[in-house]
Design a protein around this ligand. Structure first.
Ligand SMILES: Cc1cc2nc3c(=O)[nH]c(=O)nc-3n(C[C@H](O)[C@H](O)[C@H](O)COP(=O)(O)O)c2cc1C
Length: 365
């Protein structure tokens, strides 16, 4: 099996305080630069290919401090050798000309290891706080699509012109262009119908919240059908909060403790704000549209993916995700550095063993 057929692993950069669960349980995780450098180095030595930084201008749910995504990503790239770092970018505060130029420079500084996650916004309070307009849900995606088309145009063409509803360019030539060809990789976060349609036209990667293989397969089949009709191709990444322990009992006890110690007020406030996401559309689909209180304790539904158990159980479930069409697992952990190392040592070799078995269906492209 070639490396490109293997499932890929990414982790959430804890550049936001409070860890990845909205709970008062102890989390041996830190949002400082120093901790994140050690984590990134541990991750690239443990088989992780990507790291994802988050963007928040303000946040509730125990995330009082938030380092900015692009500069933080650059800081991590400067201290690592192989890891690719995906910086979240929010159209609205970011304009495509500045983003394209900033990222092209970081691509040169990092020898082609920056990527971006275009996020379309779910937190109205944040936009209000920084004086940004709050277009309605599908309009946010229409703007994100133009944002991506603009980036691609700037990164790949000379004398780029674009006459969109949100952005216009006239004979613009960016120099130097990024090192990565055809361009810096573009991920997107969000899974409403508007998000899926955007992925099927312009994104390289579609990132979605945690879910079961059956539910993910429905989303993936929907996207693949549209992708085919558009002559595009897109890869799929899914969020998972991983609790790998030597015994199943231990792993489930940790999950129970996270939920028992949930910060109820912060989880409810987050659930309320998240209604501005896909649930706000006429079809009522998308991230958090069906999330329960327990799901929301991990703010991207990471428990639903059920990578909670022994290394063998988790490896088997990862291979099931792959069979459903998933190309990448985006992982969060309670105690990041130690659990990333445990994952690399105990889980990943089992995944590679299972993947090498001939009866597995090939990963769809
Ligand atoms: C993996 C992933 C990462 C995300 N990262 C961010 C982020 O850093 N900042 C942000 O404001 N929104 C982030 N989002 C939120 C999405 O951009 C989007 O607003 C949300 O998922 C609702 O989308 P929907 O209405 O299309 O379902 C992320 C979503 C996913 C799935």
């Amino acid at each position: 099996m070639s490396q490109s057929d293997q499932i890929t692993f990414a982790y959430w950069v804890p550049n936001v305080s409070g860890g990845l669960v909205v709970s008062n349980i102890e989390q041996r995780t830190d949002w400082s630069y120093d901790y994140n450098v050690r984590l990134a180095q541990a991750a690239e030595n443990s088989g992780f290919e990507y790291a994802l930084t988050q963007i928040r201008f303000t946040a509730g749910y125990n995330a009082e401090n938030q380092h900015e995504s692009v500069s933080f990503s650059h800081g991590i790239l400067a201290k690592t050798e192989r890891l690719k770092v995906i910086a979240a970018i929010l159209p609205g505060p970011w304009k495509p000309a500045l983003a394209a130029k900033q990222l092209a420079t970081i691509d040169h500084l990092s020898n082609g290891r920056i990527a971006i996650n275009v996020v379309s916004g779910w937190f109205r309070g944040e936009f209000d706080a920084i004086g940004e307009a709050w277009p309605e849900h599908d309009e946010r995606y229409a703007r994100s699509e133009e944002f991506i088309r603009s980036l691609k145009g700037i990164w790949t063409q000379n004398n780029f012109s674009f006459d969109g509803k949100y952005y216009q360019f006239k004979d613009y030539t960016l120099s130097p262009k990024p090192l990565q060809k055809p361009h810096i990789e573009i991920f997107q976060g969000g899974s409403s119908r508007a998000a899926r349609d955007m992925a099927s036209r312009v994104s390289d990667w579609y990132f979605t919240n945690g879910n079961t293989p059956a539910e993910l397969k429905k989303q993936i089949d929907d996207i693949r059908e549209k992708v085919k009709a558009n002559g595009h191709s897109v890869k799929i990444g899914v969020n998972a909060f991983i609790i790998a322990r030597d015994t199943e009992e231990e792993a489930h006890a940790v999950l129970q403790e996270i939920i028992d110690q949930a910060n109820t007020e912060a989880v409810n406030a987050f659930g309320e704000a998240a209604r501005e996401a896909g649930a706000a559309t006429a079809e009522g689909e998308g991230n958090w549209a069906k999330s329960t209180f327990e799901d929301l304790v991990q703010y991207n539904d990471g428990f639903k993916t059920n990578l909670i158990g022994t290394p063998q159980q988790i490896a088997e479930r990862i291979v099931e995700l792959k069979s459903a069409g998933v190309n990448l697992v985006l992982s969060g952990f309670l105690h990041f550095i130690e659990e990333v190392e445990y994952f690399g040592e105990k889980v990943l070799p089992l995944v590679r063993e299972l993947e090498a078995q001939p009866h597995l269906p090939a990963k769809s492209a």
